[in-house]
Design a protein around this ligand. Structure first.
Ligand code: PLZ
Length: 450
């Protein structure tokens, strides 16, 4: 294992209030140029980022607990990625793999076939975004099975395109008034140990969904079941043990394609290469994006060769899919994940975060301010679910206020969850322990803001 040296000082350092005056100016300028429908969780404009810090236009150095939503796993300016991207850009930025192909695409496909769960024969195809990967996984599953229905789960997030909006559970902000949505999507109950009456019985929760599928659809009309092995936007929900394996077994016995959407949970984030690995689940198809390429836009579907190769020639594609600069970034980022042993690093981060937040939960409960309902997640993907003290009633206002307070002290932290009451931590996996601990202390203080 090698260690990484950072270009920017790994320090929180505030020289203005946040947002500072230059960020405020850009926010004002943006109003007349950028569509209002696009939000920004943190109204602070970045000029530089490295390791665990983001530097803004006012010269503030903030601690990053978001990684641009789980993307900059190897850092936002990892030198190996930056060099590989620059080198490729100096040769060619694009030819289109469907016109004049190039080796880097094949090399990425080989890597994905090797790294994704299962040692069966696999094929891969590359795209630009997570949503595009999900759309294509569904296309492949439908074509290969000759069936239409697709099963998704409560709290699921799969994207913002038409089909993926249909797969996504939450209406506001993702779906509201954007319909009609793609048909033949069916939603089933998730295993959500904190809120589910079936608690930690994942097998029972899977059987509850399977019974509903059998009653409402019958297995032989189902092309695919799609699930995030750890749900992301929906609230970092880790299904109870047994849930994923039971569903995957049912899919296998019924000729249903099991699609793991690892767009958020993949590439070392949860302490293994993929979240499916924790229970030895081998999906038929897996969708990936985000962490895959050190910040370059790249996404992929990898899966069983028989399913992938069922598609007729020309049936898959897109102008930019597997862009050579993005492929160069992916090859370098994946190398860095191995070299820096980022799965181990994610587990280490998980221990620091969980012990800090659990201690905070206990301390708050002892003071009669039991606002932390649950600390959960895996590795570098940990969240706190915030509730009104003494109940399980979601407290989205506290999540918002705590994130705002953390920002005012220079810590970037994101919220999520169907009820918006969850603070989620997704630090770059190359963040240093001290910086992480400092951010956790600030986050802890932020939970006591009134
Ligand atoms: N599948 C599991 O997490 C993207 C969305 C942010 P794209 N999640 C962040 C937002 O508000 O738009 C995501 C995901 C899972 C698919 C996607 C979609 O990936 O690259 O954003 O299309």
């Amino acid at each position: 294992m090698t260690t990484i040296t950072h270009r920017l000082p790994q320090k929180r350092h505030l020289v203005t209030d946040l947002p500072g005056p230059r960020s405020a100016e850009l926010t004002a300028r943006r109003r007349s140029a950028v569509a209002a429908g696009l939000g920004s969780a943190v109204p602070v404009y970045a000029v530089d980022a490295d390791g665990g810090v983001i530097v803004d236009v006012d010269g503030n150095s903030l601690i990053d607990l978001g990684s641009g939503i789980a993307v900059t796993t190897v850092g936002a300016s990892n030198p190996a990625v930056a060099d590989a991207v620059a080198a490729q850009a100096h040769h060619f930025t694009h030819t289109c793999f469907m016109v004049t192909p190039y080796e880097a695409y094949i090399a990425v496909a080989e890597k994905l076939n090797e790294l994704t769960p299962g040692d069966h024969e696999k094929r891969s195809v590359l795209f630009n975004s997570g949503a595009e990967a999900v759309e294509n996984a569904v296309k492949i599953a439908r074509l290969a099975t000759g069936r239409n229905a697709v099963v998704a789960f409560d709290h699921a997030y799969h994207g913002r395109t038409n089909l993926t909006m249909a797969l996504t559970a939450k209406s506001i902000p993702y779906k509201h008034n954007f319909g009609p949505f793609a048909p033949e999507i069916y939603r089933m109950p998730m295993s959500y140990p904190y809120r589910d009456e079936l608690g930690t019985d994942g097998v029972a929760a899977a059987n509850r969904a399977i019974t509903m599928i059998d009653k409402q659809l019958t297995a032989d009309s189902v092309a695919a079941v799609i699930i995030e092995p750890v749900q992301g936007e929906g609230g970092f929900i880790v299904p109870a043990p047994g849930f994923l394996p039971t569903l995957a077994d049912w899919c296998r016995s019924n000729g249903v394609v099991f699609i793991a959407d690892e767009v958020q949970s993949g590439f070392c984030r949860t302490g293994d290469w993929f979240a499916c690995d924790h229970e030895g689940v081998v999906p038929d198809l897996i969708t990936m994006a985000k962490g895959i390429a050190g910040g370059m836009p790249l996404a992929a579907v990898t899966g069983r060769a028989d399913l992938m190769d069922a598609v007729h020639p020309g049936g898959l594609g897109g102008t930019y899919g597997g862009n050579p600069v993005a492929c160069a970034g992916a090859l370098a980022a994946i190398d860095q994940m191995s070299e820096l042993d980022l799965p181990a690093r994610a587990r280490h981060i998980g221990e620091i975060v969980t012990s800090s937040l659990s201690a905070k939960a206990q301390a708050l409960a002892a003071e009669g301010r039991g606002v932390i309902g649950e600390v959960r997640g895996r590795g570098g993907m940990i969240a706190v679910e915030l509730v009104k003290p003494g109940s399980t009633e979601p407290d989205p206002e506290l999540a918002k206020a705590a994130a705002a307070h953390a920002l005012s002290r220079g810590v970037v932290v994101l919220t999520c969850g169907t009820h918006g009451n969850i603070l989620r931590l997704l630090p770059p996996l190359v963040i240093g322990d001290d910086l992480l601990r400092e951010a956790l202390d600030i986050l802890g203080d932020a939970l006591t803001v009134d």
